[in-house]
Write a protein that binds this ligand. Structure first.
Ligand code: UDP
Length: 372
């Protein structure tokens, strides 16, 4: 039954919104969720093809070191033991990721951490002082050989610009290890929800009323009247009608194919790190859940500049966009009723656990405000 007035209107139905919905339901508060797409779940939504959960909006591997976030998601789903250990393909040469002793050994034919350190030490001398951009940061971390084969082409394809024009922090997301450890993440916990991400989002939103196929921005005043508070998880620049100009995003186009073979690439994620291969990676979805289906489903990912009407995936957190975002943020701070959250609402390159942590913090604030 739809209510006349809800405590919260949640715009968008990804993990930020889902976290608020679950916490609100637990506190006896009511929520109405508006989702533009025909399905809820935001970018963790999976489509089932040949019995395989296909990550329709890009590969999502949950990982966190936050006990609070891990306990939270485990209340709504059980997680499998998937550990991300992607492969890099550079013109057919295969390397382990993240950058670790397996990578170094294959790159230079060496065996020990000391040998690897000596090579990287010599190569990183090419950059002195505080790294000013992604290229300098990458060379400081792993030297020029790894930069040229495993970082430069991939990064330029993913971001559509030179590594010298990108911020250093992007590459600091990746571990560099002098051990033979192919785990892509350093976090204490990781995995994929058993039953897929839809099972998780279904539970997060279980207590909320939902409307799909509705674009809030077509009539914000009408929807705002439905609730005491609004949580907006769409792009903040779209909310304000792009009045300070659009923020830049990267989008990803997926070419998904069903193949009549049980195992195409032997691993969930292969990054194509050379410049010439037009896609950035190929995802073989069944490996996230150790699938034993007869067929397989793969998605080639092509990274592109976002234009209106496309799905925004990655904020481009450079100085120019930071300046534009600050203007929107100033408007947002003065907004009495609307709170902005998530990757698009906060224009931040969040991982899933960071989105959940951000929503939890926002919820605590909302609770305090409602007590006042
Ligand atoms: N990166 C790279 N080579 C790789 C994988 C990642 O150079 O094989 C760099 C690239 O700049 C990328 C960044 O590391 O933008 C972060 O990668 P991550 O895997 O965290 O990106 P996401 O999974 O969010 O797309």
């Amino acid at each position: 039954m739809a209510k006349a007035k809800y405590d919260y209107l949640l715009v968008g139905s990804g993990l930020y919104s889902g976290t608020i919905a679950a916490l609100a339901a637990g506190a006896g508060k009511t929520c109405l969720v508006l989702e533009k797409r025909s399905e809820i779940g935001g970018n963790v939504y999976c489509e089932t093809i040949e019995g395989i959960h296909v990550h329709k909006y890009g590969a999502h591997i949950f990982h966190t070191s936050s006990r609070e976030v891990w306990d939270f998601v485990n209340r709504y789903a059980e997680f499998n033991r998937y550990t991300n250990s992607p492969i890099a393909n550079f013109h057919g040469e295969i390397y382990n990721l993240p950058f670790n002793m397996n990578t170094f050994s294959r790159m230079w034919g060496i065996r020990t951490p000391d040998e690897a350190r000596a090579i990287i030490e010599a190569q990183r001398a090419a950059v002195t002082g505080e790294p000013k951009n992604l290229e300098e940061q990458a060379i400081r971390l792993v030297g020029t050989d790894i930069y040229r084969k495993l970082i430069e082409g991939y990064t330029e394809k993913q971001w559509g610009r030179s590594c010298r024009e990108l911020p250093a922090f992007i590459i600091r997301r990746l571990p560099v290890r002098y051990t033979y450890d192919n785990n892509y993440f350093n976090d204490l916990w990781q995995g994929i929800p058993i039953g897929g991400y839809n099972a998780l989002t279904e539970k997060l939103f279980a207590g909320a009323d939902r409307k799909t196929g509705v674009d809030y921005l077509e009539d914000p005043a009408r929807w705002n009247a439905c609730a005491d508070r609004v949580i907006f998880t769409g792009p903040i620049d779209a909310f304000y009608g792009y009045r300070f100009g659009p923020l830049e995003y990267r989008t990803v186009r997926f070419e998904t194919e069903v193949l009549d073979t049980p195992n195409f690439q032997g691993v969930a994620v292969v990054n194509y790190t050379d410049r010439e291969t037009p896609w950035t990676r190929i995802i073989e979805h069944k490996h996230f859940e150790f699938g034993t289906q007869e067929k397989t489903v793969i998605s080639r990912e092509y990274s592109e500049t976002w234009k209106p009407g496309m799905e925004p995936f990655y904020p481009v957190n450079d100085e120019k966009n930071a300046g534009i975002f600050a203007k929107y943020q100033a408007l947002a701070a003065a907004e009495p009723k609307v709170l902005f959250g998530g990757r698009l609402g906060e224009y931040r390159y969040y991982n899933m656990d960071q989105v959940i942590a951000s929503a939890m913090a926002a919820w605590r604030k909302l609770e305090r405000q409602s007590e006042e």
